[in-house]
Design a protein around this ligand. Sequence first.
Ligand code: NAP
Ligand code: WDT
Length: 325
Amino acid sequence: MASKSDVRLLMNDGNTIPVIGFGTYAPEYVPAADSEKAAKIAIDVGFRHIDGAHLYFNEKEIGRAIQEKIADGTIKRQDLFYTGKLWSTFHVPELIQSHVKQSLQTLQLDYMDLYLIHWPFSLKSGGEFMPVDENGKIIFDTNVDLCAIWEALEQCKDAGLVKSIGVSNFNRRQLELILNKPGLKYKPVCNQVECHPYLNQSKLLKFCKSNDILLAGYSVLGSHRHKDWVDQTSPVLLEDPVLAAIGKQYNKSPAQVALRYQIQRGVIVIAKSYNPERIKENIKVFDFELSSEDMKLIDGINRNLRYVAIPVFADHPQYPFKDEY
Ligand code: NAP
Ligand code: WDT
């Protein structure tokens, strides 16, 4: 039996967000055309939230998938929730509106539902997305005022370019910096961070809930284990015996258990797959409910394992992952 997959949560600005989103980043060896195919399948099987970013180099293809699914009558624009992100080389307040307009043009959209600051740290602006010096070292920008970036996002919301604004990869201190900004007009609606049973973010989740900020989880299936930035010797989340045993009871896969776990604790989940069978599998998480005992068992496998730690960013003074949370 098909169950309704368009379940939404209310955000602190009055807009709503679907609890499950489709992740669109794929490693560089995956052709961008695959992004378009996968996004169309995702919409066909019921995903109504698409998580994108300028950084993913596929805004054109994702935009095309959305347009085709609107044109063939599968969805209306207002039923689809699109998230975009401001990459760290665009941390120039007076250029942000025009950058957002550029992304909208590439996407063929006239607004984004949500726009996030991708990372709290800034990189040298105006050139490549990963600016490096002659020694191959990434060039940071350490003079950027995050509050000024936030004000530029507030202006994008007021201009109607984006409906809601939020952050990604912010720690508690960085969230507080925005929340305590004098003259704050809009609070971030969410903080998108890595979140799965091996890094369950219980402290950050509690902090976000107490401030009416939603936590959106990425790498909820244990990440795509990119060879350049994920430790290949780290344990594979979806091979965890607890997730397998629980899944067996409900006739669900470890991936479905990992997704359902987040939904039941109030976390927005972003799941990436470009494989048709697995895309279908990932949306089938609304026809079962984990018992509170099983939720506790999953809480018990937390091991503070961060797959996406990105050592090349770690020397930046605004690198978020040195604080406990
Ligand atoms: P993920 O969603 O945890 O994992 C995706 C990996 O799991 C892929 O290798 C996928 O391979 C596989 N997979 C998917 N469904 C499966 C299933 N049912 N059973 C078994 N394997 C399955 O992690 P992610 O790719 O790191 O992140 C997902 C999305 O989160 C990204 O696309 C992006 O939108 C967002 N993200 C944001 C940030 C940020 O800084 N804000 C950082 C990382 C990610 P196949 O494609 O082959 O199925
Ligand atoms: C190169 C460029 C390395 C993955 C960017 C690492 C990685 C952001 C995703 C992402 C980065 C990064 N993703 O969606 O899977 O750490 O900024 O959003 S990154």
